[in-house]
Design a protein around this ligand. Structure first.
Ligand code: FMN
Length: 264
């Protein structure tokens, strides 16, 4: 295996000039506290009528946006449904499950893979406003590499070419194999959005509220009620509120860890 120089190896630590950012997130964080939070998050299906203060909901949404995401292109959207009529329609489209109908808040979490293009431009603009010099490799990444990797063309016209390119060049070099189609691009975007959903749910829990992620919904009806465009895919709908009595349907169930955690 030879060491290949590429944009990833070159990116390391290459923002120069003012490295105060190196301290970001370096504070000690107690594993016990995190363990408490992760354990305290359960899917709660019944909420009391108590409202969640506006500032709490907004703070949780802000924390969702801190989730790691591919290429930092942030191809997600979080719709907080405040309109009561729309909320009723969405909760009906969630098969009227109590996790939706009793929720104080409904947040529709959306992946919009096609926003990568606009966000590449926005990233380049954002770099200009930073007080530190942007390394050439970062500029190259958003100007050339990301467009190369994420362009699939109308009706996936580039997919066969990308497949051939990856498989030929891949014999000799490390290449990004995915995404090569609009489906791959959707999977790519959904991954990042789902990570943000977990941030959102943990954030609510940290404020003493509970959540239920839902994919039990009629996507066509929800999209219609919200007038979402065809590039927007609902990843999940998160219901949030104060846990009602009987809100937990059962004890936590997980299969044995050996089944899923492997050491290679
Ligand atoms: C993507 C996704 C979709 C889900 N959809 C629903 C749903 O529609 N209705 C529901 O009651 N729970 C739903 N859940 C919650 C799961 O049933 C729950 O996470 C699982 O049973 C584990 O329980 P826990 O979250 O309390 O640990 C969903 C969870 C995820 C991650």
């Amino acid at each position: 295996m030879s060491d290949q120089k590429n944009v990833f190896t070159e990116m390391n630590g290459s923002f120069n000039g003012n490295d105060a950012f190196q301290k970001e997130g370096a504070d000690y964080f107690s594993p016990e506290e995190f363990s408490k939070l992760a354990n305290a998050r359960r899917s709660v299906r019944k909420f009391t009528p108590e409202k969640i203060p506006d500032n709490v909901v907004e703070a949780c949404l802000d924390l969702a946006l801190l989730a790691p995401n591919s290429s930092n292109l942030q191809t997600w959207k979080f719709y907080r449904i405040k309109n009561e009529e729309m909320k009723k329609e969405i909760s009906y489209a969630c098969f009227s499950q109590p996790a939706a109908s009793t929720a104080a808040e409904l947040i529709v979490c959306v992946a919009n893979p096609s926003s990568w293009k606009e966000h590449c431009k926005q990233m380049l603009q954002t770099f200009k406003s930073l007080p530190i010099e942007t390394p050439k490799s970062a500029l190259l990444y958003y100007k050339k590499i990301a467009p190369f990797v994420y362009t699939v063309g109308p009706l996936n016209v580039l997919t066969p070419f990308k497949w051939v390119f990856n498989n030929l060049v891949g014999i000799f070099k490390v290449v990004p194999r995915d995404p090569i189609s609009s489906f791959g691009l959707l999977v790519w975007s959904v991954k990042s959005c789902a990570l943000a959903c977990e941030n959102l749910m943990l954030a609510f829990r940290s404020y003493g509220y509970d959540t239920c992620p839902m994919e039990g919904f009629d996507a066509c009806r929800v999209k219609k009620a919200m007038k979402l465009n065809r590039n927007e895919t609902i990843v999940m709908i998160v219901g949030a509120g104060k846990r009602a009595e009987g809100g937990l349907y059962g004890p936590r169930v997980r299969f044995p860890r050996e089944q899923f955690i492997k050491t290679l």
